[in-house]
Write a new protein. Structure first.
Length: 316
């Protein structure tokens, strides 16, 4: 396609009027996997009002007035930006539009003070992985979902506390933290990860749920609930999901205790399903399997970009 990489394309903040253009090229994003793209469903919720302009930026690229690409970045902390929903019309891929759109987002994030930008890509999404690497994201970590069933009577062999100091002391020195680069699910933005802090554990203890496994040998595991929400499955049946930002443990007894605490907590809030982020390692995945806790079929990948670098020079 004869399009100059930048001169013939306009990059700007998305508006409600762009809805139809965006839906036209996102409705069949994953048609080959029998999965629908979420963007048409949430587009109007995405569009920020003026008082949110310093919190998130939904950017589009337009050619001759027609929107052909979209992406959003959201500030998760003073230094962390989260990039999501990066889509480009099939007819306009490979001409630099997605690259420039991503860098427009990064420019905005850097102006707000962010020094790192991350995104998440399903491991099966080979095209998305290639795009992320091509625009300047680098591999950071991978995780999988543990999916135990709620059970009000679940029990484990060890004790549990909701003390955020005990939870944080464990997290600072556990192998899961190393594998996950210190990341867990963010509490204010779905499908995003953020660097865990003592303040996040304190907030979870106050607002949702926090559990640390205790024993005579010290703290041996940690988890926290980020949110619970209502969804519909592919058959239109509604269900209540409880989502936990990470689960980390030392051994199978700690794992059994932690999973039991999660199952009880989910049952207590009336959840029908559970999803827990765990490291994508042989130890964690096999422990989950041993406990018959349910494991997602495929991992997800987290990528990161250093916004202090000259990314336009390196990937322009």
């Amino acid at each position: 396609m004869d399009i100059d990489r930048r001169a013939d394309v306009t990059y700007r903040r998305a508006t409600p009027e762009d809805h139809d253009d965006v839906v036209a090229f996102t409705s069949d994003t994953w048609a080959d996997r029998d999965g629908s793209d979420y963007i048409p469903r949430i587009y109007h919720d995405w569009i920020e009002t003026e008082d949110e302009y310093d919190e998130q930026f939904t950017c589009v690229a337009a050619v001759d007035g027609t929107v052909v690409s979209i992406a959003q970045t959201v500030l998760l902390s003073e230094r962390e930006a989260w990039c999501q929903g990066m889509r480009t019309h099939p007819d306009y891929r490979g001409v630099g539009i997605g690259l420039e759109l991503t860098h427009e987002m990064w420019d905005w994030a850097r102006e707000q003070g962010a020094t790192v930008a991350r995104n998440m890509v399903f491991s099966w999404n080979v095209m998305g992985l290639g795009h992320s690497r091509g625009v300047g994201f680098a591999p950071e970590t991978e995780f999988r979902w543990l999916e135990p069933e709620p059970d009000a009577d679940a029990e484990g062999p060890l004790g549990v506390t909701d003390d955020p100091n005990a939870a944080w002391s464990y997290w600072t020195d556990c192998g899961a933290r190393d594998h996950l680069a210190g990341l867990g699910l963010a509490m204010d933005e779905s499908w995003s990860v953020v660097e865990l802090t003592p303040q996040l554990f304190e907030r979870a203890a106050d607002e949702t749920a926090l559990a640390a496994v205790t024993s005579g040998d010290g703290t041996r595991g940690v988890t926290y609930r980020v949110r619970d929400y209502e969804r519909e499955d592919d058959d239109g049946e509604s269900y209540h999901m409880a989502e936990y930002g990470v689960a980390a443990w030392d051994d199978i007894d700690a794992a059994r205790t932690l999973v039991a605490a999660i199952r009880r907590d989910a049952a207590d809030i009336g959840a029908d399903r559970i999803r827990v982020l765990i490291p994508e390692t042989v130890d964690y995945v096999s422990d989950g399997s041993l406990l018959r806790s349910g494991i997602s079929d495929e991992p997800d990948f987290v990528m990161a970009a250093d916004l202090t670098a000259d990314y336009r020079e390196n990937h322009g």
